[in-house]
Ligand binder design. Structure first.
Ligand code: ADP
Ligand code: MG
Length: 352
């Protein structure tokens, strides 16, 4: 029996998922497939990664932690998992912000639930996968990635409230436009340390304001913050969250130009106020803007990675070609372009 789970992109709402904000993700048609069957021993294999026999559910610091983490969390939830053989394959690029980790975790949880008839609900799969990544792998992730991998529907984005953990589907009617990703091909080592720093800075603002959630903070409250860096971080969180709600409206009413403008505003805020962009992604976004592309912004943790682009496919391809040459002159690296389509969340592929 095979199940699969998709990667995702988030249209807008960057660095707000851990600050009780809204996000607007959708699943993409790049997936991870998992086949699970009963076996004599615990064996995990993944195409391109290798085959490993597991003697105990202990952390190893390797890719298998994403799988054993899920098995361990299933056990912690009271399910006895007998020896199983788990086969994994994927066409989803790993480690580039498309959330291959959540696709893997949710697919494993779903596959085991189906195999052993555990009858896990969608939210159970999300929670087990989030706990596996937080407690076992050790990444303090929000809930967005696993939630999107499980609840997505082809042709729909989700306005996800990361405080209430509820969502609303919004049709991805792009009026003939497409989303694409440009990979800057740079990954600065800053990213994880700076990520934790931003988490700490935004938490500190709440502490100073004596509030428990950004939902209760108004822009006016920030007058009480004297530290200019902390103030900039908090302005990003409040304004980005507002942008997501507006973006959802524009998507609903087919106002693509307005949606594109919000993507540029989001990028500027991430670059100037949250300070998580870098020369390379700034270069790409500025080039696209100058050449009349409808919208673009850096996505993910920052300091490199991908830029999300919104426009007609033909125009994106044409401008990308021009940009790519200039980018190479400036940074001695070639960026890559990938067109994206939406897809369904975790699903059963077939039984054998
Ligand atoms: P992202 O989730 O953005 O792709 P992460 O760093 O969170 O990046 O997760 C990437 C890691 O997840 C990989 O380095 C690998 O350890 C694990 N992983 C993802 N997909 C697979 C796969 N198909 N097989 C084995 N491990 C995978
Ligand atoms: Mg991940």
């Amino acid at each position: 029996m095979t199940v699969s789970s998709p990667g995702r992109v988030n249209i807008i709402g960057e660095h707000v998922d851990y600050n009780d904000g809204f996000v607007l993700p959708f699943a993409i048609s790049k997936r991870t497939w998992v086949d699970a069957k009963r076996s004599e021993k615990f064996v995990i294999s993944s195409r391109g990664y290798g085959r490993v026999e597991i003697s105990s559910l202990k952390k190893t610091g390797k890719w298998t932690d994403y799988v054993t983490g899920v098995l361990k969390e299933l056990e912690s939830s009271g399910f006895k998992v007998p020896p199983v053989e788990i086969k994994i394959w994927s066409d989803l690029p790993a480690g580039s912000g498309l959330s291959s980790s959540a696709a893997l975790e949710t697919a494993v949880a779903f596959a085991i639930s189906e195999l052993l008839n555990l009858k896990l609900g969608k939210m159970d799969i999300v929670n087990i996968s989030v706990r596996a990544e937080r407690n076992f792998v050790g990444v303090q992730c929000g809930v967005m990635d696993q939630y999107t991998a499980v609840f997505s529907r082809k042709g729909q984005a989700m306005l996800l409230d990361t405080m209430k953990i509820t969502h609303e589907y919004i049709p991805l009617n792009l009026n003939g436009l497409s989303f694409a990703l440009i990979d800057s091909k740079v990954k600065h080592s800053l990213s994880s340390g700076e990520y934790n720093k931003r988490r700490e800075e935004t938490r500190r603002v709440l502490e100073i304001l004596k509030k428990s959630s950004y939902r209760d903070v108004k822009i006016k409250d920030l007058e009480k913050i004297s530290d200019t860096v902390l103030k900039k971080r908090a302005i990003h969180v409040l304004e980005e969250t507002k942008r997501v709600v507006r973006a959802a409206e524009f998507l609903r009413s087919g106002k693509m130009k307005d949606l594109g403008e919000l993507l540029y505003e989001s990028h500027e805020s991430l670059s100037e106020l949250y300070e998580v962009s870098c020369d390379e992604t700034d270069f790409i976004v500025e080039f696209l803007k100058k050449n009349g592309i409808i919208g673009a912004r850096m996505i993910g943790g920052g300091f490199g990675g991908n830029v999300l682009v919104l426009d007609r496919e033909e125009k994106i391809k044409r401008i990308f070609k021009k940009m790519s040459d200039e980018y190479f002159k400036a940074f001695k690296t070639k960026p890559t372009l990938m067109m994206i389509e939406s897809d369904d969340g975790a699903r059963i592929e077939g039984r054998d």
